[in-house]
Write a protein that binds this ligand. Structure first.
Ligand SMILES: Nc1ncnc2c1ncn2[C@@H]1O[C@H](COP(=O)(O)OP(=O)(O)OP(=O)(O)O)[C@@H](O)[C@H]1O
Length: 256
C-alpha cells in the first residue's frame, strides 16, 4: 500500500487511461479543495475514492471531466495532456461523467433517455449497435425500454443513467455517489452493474459515501484527506486495514 501516490511523471506511452497529476483546484476565491492530488486509472479497472464529507471527492470528478479547470497540475487521457479542456472535449476523448443524484428525465421514456446519450452520434448503424450493447449490459433497460423513466425505481433509473453514459463508448466513466438514496438491495444491484461495465471494457473512477461496499467492488482504493490522496492501494488491502477502517470506513472491518 502506498502512502500518498506522489507526483510521478506521465509519458505519452503511459499505462494509465486517466491521470490526474498533482492537481490543485478550488472554487472562486475560496481556499483550495484539492492540494496536490494525484489519481491514476488504468484501463479495465475500477478505482474508488473514499474520504470524509467535504474531502473533495466530487471535485476530483469535476476536474477529470473538465467541469472545473485546475489551478495547477495536469489532466491526461492516454498520456495526452488535456488540462483545461472543457466537458465536450473530455467527452470526445472518452471521459463520461455520471453526476450525483438522479438525472433521468422522468417524463421521457427509457429509450428517449438512453438515446439522448448518443445525440452526438450521426451513424445510425453505430447508434443501433450501442443501443443493443447497453440493453444487453443492463437487462432492466431493455425490459423497460418503452416505459416512462419516472416509473422506474431509483436503482433502475441509475442503470438508465449508466446506459446513457455508455452510448458514446467512453473509455472511462466517472460515477459520483451511484448508491445515493438507494436501499441496500438496489445498491447491491448497482454495484454489480458497475463491475459489469468494467468487465465489458469501460474503466471506472468512482466516488462513494458507502465506502465499504464500493471498495468491495473496486480494484484500487484511494483515501482522500485534506485535498490529497492520503493512502492508496489494492481495495482489499484498504478494507482489511483496521486503522483505515476505524478512521475512514465507519468502524472495523467485518470479521471473515
Ligand atoms: N460549486 C461549488 N462552489 C463553491 N464551493 C464548492 C462547490 N462545490 C463544492 N464546494 C466545496 O468544496 C469542498 C469539497 O466539496 P466536494 O463536493 O468535492 O466534497 P465531497 O468529498 O464530494 O463531499 P461529500 O462526500 O459530502 O459529497 C466543500 O468544502 C464544498 O463546500
Amino acid at each position: 500500500m502506498a502512502s500518498d501516490t506522489g507526483t510521478g511523471t506521465a509519458s505519452p506511452d503511459s499505462p494509465f487511461l486517466l491521470e490526474l497529476d498533482d492537481i490543485r483546484a478550488g472554487y472562486g476565491r475560496a481556499a483550495l479543495v484539492l492540494r496536490g492530488l494525484t489519481v491514476r486509472v488504468p484501463a479495465g479497472a475500477i478505482v474508488c475514492l473514499v474520504g470524509p464529507n467535504g474531502a473533495g471527492k466530487s471535485t476530483v470528478l469535476k476536474v477529470a471531466s473538465g467541469l472545473l479547470a485546475p489551478r495547477a497540475g495536469r489532466v491526461l487521457v492516454d498520456g495526452k495532456d488535456l488540462t483545461g479542456h472543457g466537458p465536450q472535449r473530455m467527452l470526445a476523448a472518452g471521459v463520461a461523467h455520471v453526476l450525483q443524484g438522479h438525472s433521468v428525465f422522468r417524463e421521457m421514456t427509457v429509450a428517449e433517455n438512453v438515446l439522448l446519450g448518443g445525440y452526438t452520434l450521426r451513424d445510425k448503424q453505430l447508434i443501433a449497435e450501442r443501443v443493443s450493447f447497453v440493453r444487453d449490459l443492463f437487462p432492466v433497460v431493455g425490459e423497460r425500454w418503452t416505459s416512462l423513466a419516472g416509473l422506474l425505481s431509483g436503482g433502475q433509473q441509475k442503470q438508465v443513467e449508466f446506459a446513457r453514459s455508455l452510448m458514446v463508448k467512453p473509455r472511462v466513466v466517472l460515477l459520483d455517489e451511484p448508491s445515493m438514496g438507494l436501499d441496500p438491495k438496489a445498491t447491491g444491484v448497482v454495484f454489480e452493474q458497475i463491475v459489469r461495465m468494467r468487465d465489458a471494457g469501460t474503466a471506472v473512477l468512482l466516488v462513494e459515501q458507502n465506502a465499504r461496499r464500493a471498495l468491495e467492488a473496486a480494484d484500487t482504493g484511494c483515501v482522500l484527506d485534506l485535498g490529497r490522496v492520503h493512502v492508496s492501494g489494492p481495495a482489499r488491502e484498504l478494507l482489511a486495514d483496521p486503522q483505515l477502517g476505524e478512521l475512514y470506513l465507519g468502524g472495523r472491518p467485518a470479521r471473515r
